[in-house]
Design a protein around this ligand. Sequence first.
Ligand SMILES: *Cc1c(COP(=O)(O)O)cnc(C)c1O
Length: 388
Amino acid sequence: MQEQTKILHSIPVDELTGAISTPIYQTSTFVQEAPGIHKGYDYARSNNPTRKVLEDLIAVLENGSNGYAFSSGLAAIDAVVKLLKSGDEIIAVDDIYGGAFRLFTHIYEKFGIKVNYVDTTDVNNVALAITANTKLIWIESPTNPTLKISDIATIAKIAKANSCWLCVDNTFASPAAQKPIDLGADIVVHSGTKYLAGHSDLIAGLVITKTAELGEKIKFIQNASGAILAPFDSWLTIRGIETLGLRIKQQSESAQRIAEFLNSQEIVNKVYYPGLPSHPNHAIAKQQLKYFGGVISFDLKIDDKDFATHIVSNTKYFKLAESLGGVKSLICLPCEMTHKSIPAITRYNTGVTDSLIRLSVGLENVEDLIEDLTTTIRSLSLKYSFTA
Ligand SMILES: *Cc1c(COP(=O)(O)O)cnc(C)c1O
């Protein structure tokens, strides 16, 4: 069975009514026949049938054993960190998602969990950073916003050899493009807010484990800490996943064309897109990604925040907003938006210059999106009177 068929048909038909769309069980509790005798559901923090369908679906999608749905991507990340105890150490990718950095540094360091940030695109940096206390290796691939790619299979081997877990934040790739568990990862997390739900209409997070044993631990944390996904948002995420494969395919095709277009523009300095042969990690990207995804970043030859601001403020179809992965295209200026809290010097070291612009390519026709960028770049050159 091919993947799209498998996804659609692992969403069960409702046993009670035959409903082909998963019913939304909007309930807090379940009536029991006798104390402790029930149909597998007792209280909706512990378990909810709508959420269960999503959790089983995401496990299928990531080729994992168990899946769990949380109220946000950060709540999912938080649940994974709670596998650790005081004295344990994490090795994390250096340009990690800002919210994960904030959680690790400002919440978990005070509980005695140490995080060592390294450039994981060079696997030797990971091997060198391992200590006797390392329990978890944390990578994102591609990263945000410069789309760096780390070699998941090799890092998984390093993790295994040193008895620690590898967790991959697979938000940017999505399971339609990349399956970290197949490459050896122990845990996968998602901000379901982005590609999985795919319509910019909710906040959600997911954790998938390779083994049932690790799954039981996450389940315990999910119930004990309580940051579960609500039934309606679970339903919306299921509905989003039904079209994930089609969306990622189209968004990646459009993004490839837009990346090539930007590459040919006089005012553009550098285009960050794993599908371009000029991308420093293009070779490994080709190996581990089925699609290169819908996010592109680029900066300008003249590294000027006003020029970049002009572009992000004047596109018609690319709407100025944080987030990514939805059906409508978005544009943002990371130095002023998603990465504002990071000190300028650190930002520059990871390529987030004042003129770096991030695009999330949606499902509009690609010709319209290219025309939108062409018109905006032309208006910039007219305003500042130079030739674009
Ligand atoms: C958005 C995002 C998160 C956080 O997810 P929320 O749903 O916003 O809590 C984590 N990791 C990555 C890579 C993200 O893009």
